[in-house]
Design a binder for this molecule. Structure first.
Ligand code: 5AD
Ligand code: SF4
Length: 445
């Protein structure tokens, strides 16, 4: 139940889907306190930054945006500014935020996000600035309902944290060890979402393939995924992220026999060089990765893959980078997120010698992006003249077009006189432009 009308809130989110979903949880907390959302910072009573620390530029971005609020806070002292998310969990960062931005009212972490409502009350009551962090990750706590704003897609956490300690990655430090939610809680949430009319469910975890290995349940990810897919209703299911070392035939078999599971697997490879993969502590070789891809395509011939790839990891020589390019070509990714390596304090890689020069990193990422884009364009062009089923997500008033993605994540645009949001629409594709398809609707459901 809402309390009294408290005014308006505005949330700025950085980073991944996990963070976007956590912002939905924070929005749920704020709305139960009696706040309503505004897109306009100037009129907000609470401004919340949900930060990300996975790469330095995400941090810099947040720092810049928080800094800009100094003036607004001066003109409206009653405004509450809260900073949460992964960055505040980094060693020393909360203190840094307090020092650099003394006008920030509340600093809290992603490990205690459920405390947000109480922290706001405390701030209003006591007028004191608050830093509230939790060092130890809680168990897989059941959060209060999120206020979702991603209809017709819904994100569902199946687990939190990560045990993998890839040498470049800060996630295990800021999100703690793996903990899985109980299957009955996950299934209950998914059933309710389907009943409410959500038409796509994305199961979220840093490494969904190790679901349950913390001892929470006997159930493993393939069975959980199949149970979600078996919920009655017309919807589709995605999951992310899968670590290649834990990607199994059992999971692939589940994908093969459940048409509701999207035939797109996000399988981050990070590098195509065995030497670099070892230094990254990824625990597979390029050959093993390719064998998993072949296994997937052997069982699900129409499967496609997307990936995360890092260039310029310490010690990456030209031939290592060439090996990455070769792997990208061999797999033929539908698309990929590409990153320049960013040293994160506290990780093993940050201590490694042989940093790659920025100029070299930039040159490599440009070549990689070009290679990935060429694959994406090629795959888009192959759609022309064929049908594609998209889940309509929204309407773009500027272009006068509805749009949504097919199961492979390709964005399709079309015109319609009716509201198509939330429907599966089959498009006859007339043209393709890089990542986007254009067509006309032939049927919908
Ligand atoms: N530098 C660059 N990219 C990184 N990622 C994680 N940590 C770093 C880092 N320090 C990338 C990985 C991961 C994705 C979510 O972010 O590719 O899969
Ligand atoms: Fe980071 Fe590796 Fe865990 Fe992914 S699997 S969150 S890259 S440590």
């Amino acid at each position: 139940m809402n309390e009294e009308n408290r005014g308006k809130y505005h949330i700025v989110t950085y980073g991944c889907q996990m963070n976007l979903h956590e912002s939905e949880k924070m929005a749920g907390i704020l709305s139960r306190k009696g706040y309503v959302e505004t897109q306009n910072k100037e009129e907000a009573d609470v401004i919340l930054f949900n930060t990300c620390c996975i790469r330095e530029n995400a941090e810099n971005h947040a720092f810049g945006n928080i800094g800009e609020l100094k003036k607004l806070k001066r003109s409206r002292p009653g405004l509450i500014i809260a900073v949460g998310g992964c960055m505040t969990q980094e060693k020393g960062k909360a203190e840094l935020i307090r020092k650099r931005f003394p006008f920030v009212d509340i600093v809290f972490g992603n490990l205690n996000l459920e405390a947000l409502g109480d922290l706001i009350d405390e701030r209003i009551r006591s007028k004191k600035k608050i830093v509230s962090l939790r060092d130890e990750a809680p168990g897989a706590i059941e959060y209060d309902p999120p206020l979702r704003n991603s209809y017709p897609n819904a994100w569902v956490n199946i687990m939190y944290g990560c045990n993998n300690f890839c040498s470049y990655c800060i996630v295990p430090y800021v999100r703690g060890r793996e903990r899985s939610r109980k299957p009955e809680h996950i299934l209950e949430e998914c059933r309710a979402l389907v009943q409410e009319g959500y038409r796509e469910i994305t199961l979220l975890g840093q490494n969904v393939n190790s679901y349950g290995s913390d001892g929470t349940t006997e159930m493993r990810f393939p069975e959980l995924l199949e149970r979600v897919a078996n919920i009655e209703g017309d919807f589709r299911v995605r999951f992310m992220t899968s670590h290649p070392k834990d990607f199994t035939k059992e999971l692939v078999d589940v994908i093969a026999r459940n048409r509701k599971i999207c035939r797109l697997v996000h399988l981050p490879v990070q590098s195509g060089s065995d030497r670099i993969l070892q230094a990254m502590n990824r625990r597979y070789t390029a050959g093993e990765y390719l064998a998993k891809v072949a296994m997937l395509k052997g069982v699900v011939p129409d499967a496609e893959l997307t990936s995360d790839i890092i260039v310029g990891f310490p010690g990456e020589a030209e031939e290592d980078f060439e090996a990455t390019l070769a792997l990208v070509e061999k797999v033929g990714f539908a698309s990929a997120f590409t990153f320049i390596y960013s040293p994160r304090t506290g990780t093993k890689a940050a201590e490694m010698p042989d940093r790659v020069e920025e100029e070299v990193q930039k040159r490599r990422i440009m070549r990689l992006i070009e290679a990935v884009n060429a694959l994406t364009r090629e795959k888009s062009a192959a759609y022309v003249g064929k049908e594609a089923e998209i889940l309509c997500e929204d309407y773009d008033p500027k272009r006068g077009l509805y749009f949504g993605r097919d199961e492979y994540g390709r964005m399709g645009y079309f015109r319609s006189e009716e509201n198509e949001v939330g429907k599966f629409v089959t498009l006859q594709i007339e043209s393709a432009n890089g990542v986007s398809l254009f067509g006309h609707a032939v049927r919908s459901r």
